[in-house]
Write a protein that binds this ligand. Structure first.
Ligand SMILES: *Cc1c(COP(=O)(O)O)cnc(C)c1O
Length: 377
């Protein structure tokens, strides 16, 4: 089956009682235990609504099994802790999502876990591995500079050395990238972004083999980051249009990226789909589409005034919704970094990150062009 069909049909539990074609919402938090091996309970991650979306993400990611969490961070922290413990070492990209980075710097020592942060090249990651390394955590493309990481090279190295690999696949979504096919062990999503897609719910997902899921599920059942069945139902509805949405958003992003690249007020565009972009060649090999996230730098204009003058694109921190949003990484995700540190990694004050939505591409280009005209220093 193609992804478009999978997204609509996979996992649906048709209502045998009424013939309804959607998964009914199971609202109970108390279930009969007589003659049941695994009694249903929301925190056990075994309610039919949780199962329905879990099956959908598994099929989309070419995984044996999937699990829904109450947030992307719930999925990420549980998965890392399932495979790294006291005395273990973890290798992570410098450029990982801020929450994951924060989890490592603030909490790993509490669990006795040691961590090395690296650059985004496969060589950087491999160089950081030591005999105690148990887990490698990567993300591609990264936030906000869209660096493209050579997933297969890292996955193959890790396999040979029996290291568990985790990738945050939020930015690409399963529509544009399926990392398990490249040898990665565990895929994580912030479902708050493309999977939910309408900026109205918070959830996370994990997709992997049955074997890898065992520990993750066991830990998740005691940590407890489960998603309410009512929200699972909303997520299930959203995921049915995932492929259509992401494909259209990706196409829009390509148009906007090309428009920005040729705009005199823009000095640099970061988008894996531009041939001029550093990560283009690897992106072309490992992605089926280049995604709908892009960043750019404006020159001789006031970035704050620019954002204020936008009429369609809204300033907001999250991403992946049907509505286009923009944010300044220096003022949001990277605000706690020193100016020097930000400069070093390329997050300048004039860098802006765009999440391209489903609006008409010409309207988006016009909105950006108008706002640029009105944002003279
Ligand atoms: C938002 C985000 C997360 C965290 O997800 P939550 O649902 O907010 O917990 C993790 N990784 C990436 C890339 C994200 O954008």
């Amino acid at each position: 089956m193609e992804k478009t069909t999978i997204a609509i049909h996979k996992g649906t539990l048709k209502d045998s009682k009424t013939g309804g074609i959607n998964t009914p919402v199971y609202t109970s938090s108390a279930y009969n235990y007589i003659n049941k091996d695994d009694t249903c309970y929301p925190r056990y991650f075994n309610i039919p609504n949780q199962d329905a979306v879990g099956k959908k993400i598994a099929a989309l990611e070419h995984a044996e099994t999937g699990l829904v969490f109450s947030s992307g961070m719930g999925a990420m922290s549980t998965s890392i802790l399932a495979y790294a413990g006291s005395g273990d070492h973890v290798v992570m990209l410098d450029a990982l999502y801020g929450g994951t980075h924060h989890f490592a710097t603030q909490w790993f020592s509490h669990f006795g876990i040691d961590c090395t942060f690296t650059g985004t090249s496969a060589e950087d990651v491999i160089k950081a591995v030591i005999p105690e390394t148990r887990v490698i955590v990567i993300e591609s493309p990264t936030n906000p500079l869209l660096a493209v990481v050579d997933i297969e090279k890292i996955a193959q190295f890790a396999k040979k050395n029996k290291i568990t690999t985790i990738i945050d696949n939020t930015f690409a979504s399963p529509v544009n990238q399926t990392p398990l096919d490249l040898g990665i062990d565990i895929v994580i999503h912030s479902g708050t972004k493309y999977l939910g897609g309408h900026s109205d719910l918070c959830c996370g997902m994990v997709a992997c083999s049955h074997e890898k899921m065992e520990k993750i599920l066991s830990l998740a059942r005691v940590l407890g980051p489960s998603l309410d069945p009512r929200i699972c139902s909303l997520l299930e509805r959203s995921m049915k249009t995932l492929v259509l949405r992401v494909n259209a958003q990706t196409q829009n992003a390509m148009e906007v990226a090309e428009f920005l690249e040729n705009h005199p007020a823009i000095s640099k565009v970061y988008y894996p789909g531009l041939e001029s972009f550093k990560g283009y060649e690897i992106a072309k090999q490992q992605m089926t589409g280049f995604g709908a996230m892009l960043s750019f730098e404006i020159k001789d204009k006031d970035p704050d005034k620019f954002i204020e003058k936008l009429r369609i694109v809204s300033p907001a921190v999250s991403l992946g919704g049907v509505e286009s949003t923009i944010c300044s990484p220096a003022l949001t995700s990277h605000s706690k970094m020193s100016v020097q540190e930000r400069q070093r990694i390329g997050v300048t004050d004039s860098l802006l990150r765009l999440s391209i939505g489903l609006e008409d591409a010409d309207d988006l280009k016009q909105d950006i062009d108008n706002a640029l005209k009105k944002s003279v220093l």
